[in-house]
Design a protein. Structure first.
Length: 258
């Protein structure tokens, strides 16, 4: 998906994501679990979107490669890079077809980007690619929406966002499988006295946690930890356990040492 319409409003609609705090948490986990000789300095940000997390991680000292398959999102990321001057490299790639120049110390994939893939076979492809390019002892940090979130939080709900120059209606429909949510985002952007409408259609699928664990194992990675991805961001080192009402799980997986 290229998210051509969504890219124009993405930063406006995600101001509450707290990228700096999420980057600090990832930084803490990297220090906890990394085993590579280079101490995790080379980092790939999969599905990097408009580059906000890539920028935050670069400011923490990582050599960041941002990967996304949306030219519109990468254009926004490049605009940020031009303003910040941070030495981030951006690649336009489908993460299922990840092709790096060499091995990577750390790979991150956040904000339920993996849920946007069509099915578990696609998620497995990503895990396999990450494993292929990971340094021995390298780390893969990723988060995914839970079935609870799709069934109880998103489900058939409608969310409205009335911002300065854009109004967004976000309408969800839970499919019969009880795992897949179809999302229609309708944007009304103000231009003078008029509003112009654009639409974006997104599908996300959640999976039982054991299915994700099995996919990690199949890729040759070892799962080392699971946490609630959204709780306690004000104190990045205080990690919350996964519960029945966790909406997004942060997984930490590692490439075994040779």
């Amino acid at each position: 998906m290229d998210y051509m319409n969504f890219a124009a409003y993405y930063d406006t609609l995600t101001k509450n994501v707290e990228y700096e705090k999420r980057a600090e948490r990832l930084h803490f986990l990297i220090r906890q679990y990394i085993r590579t000789e280079t101490d995790g300095t080379l980092l790939t940000d999969l599905a990097c979107g408009s580059g906000s997390l890539s920028e935050a991680l670069a400011r923490l000292g990582y050599d960041v490669i941002g990967v996304d398959n949306s030219p519109a999102m990468l254009s926004a990321a490049m605009d940020k890079k031009m303003r910040s001057g941070l030495p981030i490299q951006y690649l336009c790639q489908d993460m299922r077809e990840l092709d790096m120049f060499g091995t990577i110390d750390v790979t991150v994939c956040t904000l339920d980007s993996l849920n946007h893939l069509p099915g578990i076979a696609d998620v497995q492809q990503v895990f396999d690619k990450v494993s292929l390019f990971a340094q021995p002892g390298g780390l893969f940090l990723f988060d995914m929406n839970t079935l609870y979130k799709h069934r109880e939080i998103l489900a058939d709900k409608v969310f409205l966002y009335d911002l300065d120059d854009v109004f967004c209606a976000w309408e969800n429909r839970l499919l019969e499988d009880g795992a897949t949510v179809e999302e229609q985002l309708t944007f009304f952007e103000r231009e003078g006295e008029s509003y112009f409408r654009t639409d974006e259609f997104i599908t996300e699928t959640a999976y039982p946690t054991e299915v994700i664990r099995d996919a990690v194992r199949r890729s040759g990675l070892e799962l080392v930890a699971e946490f609630d991805a959204d709780k306690g961001l004000d104190t990045p080192e205080e990690l919350s356990p996964v519960t029945e009402t966790t909406q997004r799980i942060l997984f930490a997986a590692r490439k075994p040492l040779i």
